[in-house]
Design a protein around this ligand. Sequence first.
Ligand SMILES: [Zn+2]
Length: 155
Amino acid sequence: MTAAPIEVLLSGPVIAELSSTARAALPNETGGLLLGWWETNDEVDAVIVRHAIEVPDRRATPVTWVRRPSTARTALSRALTALKHPLLGYVGDWHSHPESCPASRQDQASLLRTSLQYEHPVLLLIHLPGGVIDIAAGYAGQPRSAVRRQDEGAA
Ligand SMILES: [Zn+2]
C-alpha cells in the first residue's frame, strides 16, 4: 500500500514567525520546533502547522544549527503554556538555510531518526532565502512525501 502524500497546511502566524526568526538570526542558521496538530482520517494525513518556535543555539554558524534536547524541551513547554491552545503539540522541526540550498543529507537523516520517536509522521521545514519553504516528512524511519495545501482561510 502506498501512502498518499501528507497534506501540510501552514496556517496562522507560522510563515511570519519562520521569516522573522530566520531574518533575526542572519548571517547564521537558526531553527526550532513546529507546533500544530494532525487531522487524520481514512483518506488523508493532514497536518496543520500554526507556530514555529525558536530553539536558540549559541554556537550556530551560517551552515549549522543544532537542536539541543534540553533547550528544545524548555522551549516547547514554555510555548505550550504561553499559547494555551488545546490542540497544539509538536509536529516537527524547522531550521533556516541562509544560502539557497535544500535539505542536506544530514538534515534528512536526522528527520528520519526523529520520526522513529513519534506515532505520527514528523515534518521538517527549511526556510530558504526569498521566503521559500522546503517541506519534508518522515514516518517510522522512512521518508514520506508531503505537499503544501493552500490555506482556505478557515483555520
Ligand atoms: Zn539544514
